[in-house]
Design a protein around this ligand. Structure first.
Ligand code: ATP
Length: 344
């Protein structure tokens, strides 16, 4: 008899539906082989949801996440400049998904400028410059408020150190700009230091955000776990994605105490939407994180192993990583790799 997991699925827009379909196909094949079934509760969000239901985040979507406590989410476009508030940011705040966890690792067989990278980005997910507090003071003068609290800074620091202790990671480095933002980043730094003092077995260092960018590009191997506030985490994630082959590859998890939403680092990539060019690897690796989260590690390992075999073989890759296969052809190759016995 199979175990069934109810999971909220937000396909998203842009390349979202293509990568979501590919990932669902792979997960169902893996689940069929390991006795795991998925009951997907699908929901639209963003502009598409507004057209259908008159709401950017339908009430049923909130209810579904509250019920299931786990969601797999494709990218949802955030309008630039004006328009509605980011759906991603709204969901993270609504469910208090305070920790954004993004592992940056190379896939076997995929040549990059930086082989053997193994970095963890821990991004504070609920405040900083993403609180959406912007005002026009007088015409021509706009104020944007960055909020840093002791509570959120301490809990994200504790998350980074607890994760490091559990996974045997050696060092946490806090990224900041406390030389300029002395009070806000100063408080973040102060909280990190206090938490670091409680974990003497784990190394601790600090780097200023601009220098961090240069240090990363010069030698990413000097870092292990990178801890930072919201905006810096957004920027550093895209930078680090380039180490391992680009945005098509890097997964993410938004974790809270009650719920979790798993989503890729990339956005909706409208330039390649609907063209069968999107790489579903980032969402697939996010789904692998999700499978571990729901204690389905055997299924997770099966998917990850098949994915790595496809990269190792290098014959059925998407265009962004140098191949010429489409999104679904890539998914089919991962499914076929699951059916091939793995040779040690
Ligand atoms: P956001 O700010 O919404 O996170 P972004 O600025 O990170 O978005 P993306 O939409 O992620 O931008 O995409 C940037 C570019 O990277 C795209 O134009 C596309 O060419 C490429 N890209 C992103 N995701 C993928 C993917 N899954 N497969 C292939 N290419 C991708």
């Amino acid at each position: 008899m199979s175990r069934t997991h109810k999971i909220t699925l937000i396909p998203g827009d842009g390349i979202g539906p293509e990568v979501s379909n590919a990932v669902v196909r792979i997960l169902e094949a893996a689940g069929a082989a390991t006795g795991v079934a998925f009951d997907w509760e699908r929901s639209a969000a963003g502009a598409e949801a507004y057209e259908k239901y008159g709401e950017y985040i339908p009430k049923e979507l909130y209810a579904s996440i509250e019920r299931n406590r786990v969601a797999l989410k494709g990218p949802v476009t955030t309008p630039i400049g004006g328009g509605f508030k980011s759906i991603n940011v709204t969901l993270r705040k609504k469910f208090d998904l305070f920790a954004n966890f993004r592992p940056i690792r190379n896939l076997p067989g995929l040549e990059t400028h930086y082989p053997g990278v193994d970095l963890i980005i821990v991004r504070e997910n609920t405040e900083g410059s993403y609180v959406g507090l912007e005002f026009e003071v007088v015409p021509g003068v706009v104020q944007s408020i960055k909020v840093i609290t002791e509570k959120a800074s301490t809990r994200i620091s504790e998350f980074a150190f607890e994760y490091s202790r559990k996974m045997g990671r050696k060092k946490v480095n806090t990224v900041h700009k406390a030389n300029i933002m002395k009070m806000s980043d100063g408080l973040f730094l102060d909280c990190s230091r206090k938490v670091a003092a409680r974990y003497p077995e784990i190394g601790y260092s600090e780097t200023i955000i601009d220098n961090t960018c240069m240090q990363l590009v010069t030698n990413p191997y000097q870092f292990d776990v990178l801890l930072m506030e919201n905006l810096y985490g957004d920027i550093i994630s895209d930078l680090c994605a380039a180490f391992v082959g680009g945005l098509g590859l890097v997964p993410g998890a938004n974790l809270g105490t009650e719920c979790a939403i798993f989503e890729a680092v990339h956005g909706s990539a409208p330039d390649i939407a609907g063209k069968d060019l999107a790489n579903p690897t980032a969402l697939l690796q996010s789904a692998v994180l999700m499978l571990h989260h729901i204690n389905e590690s055997e299924t997770a390992d099966r998917v990850q192993q098949a994915l790595e075999n496809v990269y190792q073989e290098g014959k059925t890759l998407t265009k962004d990583v140098g191949g010429n296969s489409g999104t679904m052809a890539f998914a089919d190759a991962v499914v076929a790799a699951m059916e091939t016995p793995v040779t040690a």
